[in-house]
Design a protein around this ligand. Sequence first.
Ligand SMILES: Nc1nc2c(c(=O)[nH]1)N(C=O)[C@@H](CNc1ccc(C(=O)N[C@@H](CCC(=O)O)C(=O)O)cc1)CN2
Ligand SMILES: Nc1ncnc2c1ncn2[C@@H]1O[C@H](COP(=O)(O)OP(=O)(O)OP(=O)(O)O)[C@@H](O)[C@H]1O
Length: 183
Amino acid sequence: MKKAELRQSILKKRLSMPEKESRSKSDRICFHLQSSPLFSSAKTILAYYSFRQEPDLSSLFAETKQWGLPRVDGKSLVWHRWKPGEPLLTGAYGIFEPDADSPTLEPEEVDLILVPAVACDVRGYRLGYGGGFYDRLLCSPEWSFKFTIGIVFDFACLPQVPVDEWDRRLNGVCTESGLIVTQ
Ligand SMILES: Nc1nc2c(c(=O)[nH]1)N(C=O)[C@@H](CNc1ccc(C(=O)N[C@@H](CCC(=O)O)C(=O)O)cc1)CN2
Ligand SMILES: Nc1ncnc2c1ncn2[C@@H]1O[C@H](COP(=O)(O)OP(=O)(O)OP(=O)(O)O)[C@@H](O)[C@H]1O
């Protein structure tokens, strides 16, 4: 199946999930992340603010970590420090984002990246919304060696997603069934 078709079918399935189910599965995902030494040893973590019924990471935000959230700036993502409770603004694509004037995070500070995805596969390949934002981020030298975990519900963790030459594998995938290390 081509990327666009697969994206459409997974998004349809995700949006049709009852909210209660999505909430309880998101809690399981957060539990698995919290139980991992990769998470406990990380001081600064890049995350995302859930939209279109992506797994919701907000129960993690209670953890005493330094959090970074992305802001879309043209074709790039800019990472801002964010403390739970600080206001977010509606940005590009209707996603809540930190204010452009809020302090940014330097790549050297970041220990772990929780990557939103439409689908992932067991090899660590990821399908996003087609913007190429994370593809571009993760191939740049300052980010390419960071530990990355794709976050999806089980039904979106597939044996294989289509791969293009620019796709890089994530280091792990976390679903409500657990965290798998892919490379
Ligand atoms: N919660 C969250 N925040 C995030 C991301 C994400 O995946 N999840 N992003 C991760 O990158 C960035 C936003 N990326 C996006 C890229 C494209 C579309 C989008 O609406 N695309 C069109 C189709 C484009 C195409 O197929 O060519 C669409 O879906 O209608 C939305 C967000 C930054 N913030
Ligand atoms: N390293 C890169 N430099 C420049 N453009 C890139 C790079 N990687 C990917 N792209 C472009 O970004 C787009 C990514 O498309 P693709 O459908 O693979 O996105 P995706 O992985 O689903 O999206 P996203 O990373 O935003 O979630 C393509 O048009 C591709 O040409």
